[in-house]
Design a protein around this ligand. Structure first.
Ligand code: 25A
Ligand code: L14
Length: 340
C-alpha cells in the first residue's frame, strides 16, 4: 500500500507559531510531498530547516497556493482575510489560526478532541478555523465533564504567556528582565505597560462593554464549539511574565452533581489530557512543565463548596502547541484521514 502525501503551505512560517507548525509536522510524521513556506517580504529568501531539508521562504501572495492541498495560516487576522480565500479558490483547504473566520456561521471552528465532526463543513468555504488558545485548552479538559453531567456555567481567569502575542513579545519580556537585572531603564513597545514582574488584566483590545476581545472569544467560541447557546461563560484574561504556557483557574457549575474523584477519573481517560494532581507531593500543572508537551495538564481538582454542583480546576497547556500549531496540524490530520 502506498501512503498518500500532500502539498502543504505554511503562511507565517517565520513567526512563533509558524516555526512550531514545522516542528509539529515533523514530530507527528505528517505525510508531506512538498512544503511551501510563506511570509512577508522581510523574510523572503530566508532558509528554514525542515526534516533534512533547507527550504527558502517565499512571499505570501494570492498566487502562492497553486498545487497546494492544505494551507496552514498563522500570519495574523488581516493576512488571513487577504489571502485565505485565494488559497481556497486555488483548491487548498485552509486551516486558519487567526481570529478572522472563527465566528462565521458557515466556517467550522474545531478542537479535534471536542467536535471533530464539524470538520465536514470545510466544504462550505474551504476554510476551517482554529480556536483561540485559551478556549482550546479549557474545552479539552471540560469536554468529558460536559458529556457526563452537563455544564451550566463557566467562570474562568487566565494567566497567559507572552508568546501568544508573537516573537516580538518574547523578546520584550527578555529585554525587560535583562534591563532590570542590569539596573538599566526598562523600555516597552509591545504592551502598554511593563510586563516583567507584572500582571496585565488586558489581552487584545477593549470593547464598549468593558470586556476585552480575548475574554469574549472565550465566551463565544465555547458556545460555538459545544454547539450550546445556553451555556454561561464569563472570563477575565490576564497577561503574566511567562514565556510559554497559559494557565487557567476554571470554576464550573454542572447540571448534575459530580465529585472531585469522578472528575479525576474522567481526566485520566480524556484524550489530550494529562492529570497532574498530587498536591501533597507539590505536583500540580505548571507552565514551565507544559512547554513542548502535546497534552493539556489538569490538576487542583476540588469541589466548590459554595454551590451545590461546583468544581474548581487548574488547566495548563503550551499555548503555541495545543493552543495553536498542534491543534491546527491535528485538524489537518483528520482532514487527510477522513476527507482528502
Ligand atoms: O495583529 P495581527 O495582524 O492579527 O497579528 C497577530 C500576531 O500574533 C502572532 C503573529 O506574530 C502575528 O504577528 N500570532 C498569530 N496567531 C497567533 C496565535 N494563535 C499568534 N501568536 C500566537 N498564537 P509572530 O511574530 O509569531 O508571527 C508573525 C508571522 O506572520 C508573518 N507576517 C506578518 N506580516 C505579514 C506576514 N506574512 C506575510 N505578509 C505580511 N504582511 C510574519 O512573517 C511571521 O511569520 P515576517 O516575515 O514578517 O516575520 C519575520 C520575523 O520578523 C519578526 N517581525 C514581526 N513583525 C515585525 C518583525 N520584525 C520587525 N518589525 C516588525 N514589525 C517576526 O517575529 C518574525 O520572526
Ligand atoms: O488567537 O496572546 O485570537 O496576544 C491573538 C492574540 C491569541 C492570543 C488569538 C495574544 C489570539 C494572542
Amino acid at each position: 500500500m502506498t501512503t498518500k502525501s500532500y502539498n502543504v503551505a505554511v503562511a507565517g512560517a517565520t513567526g512563533a507559531v509558524g516555526g512550531a507548525m514545522l516542528d509539529v509536522l515533523t514530530r507527528r510524521d505528517f505525510p508531506i510531498k512538498e512544503l511551501r513556506l510563506l511570509a512577508s517580504e522581510r523574510s523572503v529568501g530566508k532558509k528554514l530547516k525542515f526534516r533534512d531539508q533547507e527550504i527558502a521562504v517565499q512571499l505570501l501572495s494570492k498566487e502562492a497556493f497553486e498545487g497546494i492541498d492544505i494551507a496552514l495560516f498563522s500570519a495574523g487576522a488581516s493576512r488571513s482575510l487577504d489571502f485565505a480565500p485565494a488559497a481556497a479558490a486555488a483548491g487548498a483547504v485552509v486551516v486558519d489560526n487567526s481570529s478572522a473566520y472563527r465566528m462565521d456561521p458557515d466556517i467550522p471552528l474545531v478542537v479535534p478532541e471536542v467536535n471533530p465532526g464539524a470538520i465536514a463543513q470545510y466544504t462550505n468555504r474551504g476554510i476551517i478555523a482554529n480556536p483561540n488558545c485559551s478556549t482550546i485548552q479549557m474545552l479539552v479538559a471540560l469536554k468529558p465533564i460536559y458529556d457526563k453531567v452537563g455544564i451550566k456555567r463557566i467562570v474562568v481567569s487566565t494567566y497567559q504567556a507572552v508568546s501568544g502575542t508573537g516573537a516580538n513579545a518574547i523578546a520584550e519580556l527578555q529585554n525587560q528582565v535583562k534591563a532590570y537585572a542590569a539596573g538599566e531603564p526598562i523600555t516597552k513597545e509591545v504592551y502598554p505597560h511593563q510586563i516583567a514582574f507584572n500582571c496585565l488584566p488586558h489581552i487584545d483590545s477593549f470593547l464598549e462593554s468593558g470586556y476585552t476581545k480575548e475574554e469574549m472569544k472565550m465566551v463565544n467560541e465555547t458556545r460555538k464549539i459545544f454547539d450550546d447557546s445556553t451555556i454561561g461563560v464569563t472570563a477575565t484574561t490576564v497577561r503574566v511574565p511567562v514565556t510559554y504556557g497559559h494557565s487557567e483557574s476554571v470554576n464550573i457549575e454542572t447540571k448534575k452533581k459530580i465529585s472531585a474523584e469522578e472528575v479525576k477519573e474522567l481526566m485520566k481517560n480524556a484524550p489530550g489530557v494529562l492529570l497532574v494532581d498530587n498536591p501533597q507531593e507539590c505536583q500540580y500543572p505548571l507552565a514551565l512543565d507544559c512547554e513542548g508537551k502535546f497534552e493539556t495538564l489538569v490538576g487542583r481538582i476540588r469541589e466548590d463548596e459554595s454551590i451545590d454542583n461546583g468544581i474548581n480546576m487548574w488547566i495548563v497547556s503550551d499555548n503555541i502547541l495545543k493552543g495553536a500549531a498542534l491543534n491546527t496540524v491535528q485538524i489537518a490530520e483528520v482532514l487527510i484521514k477522513d476527507y482528502l
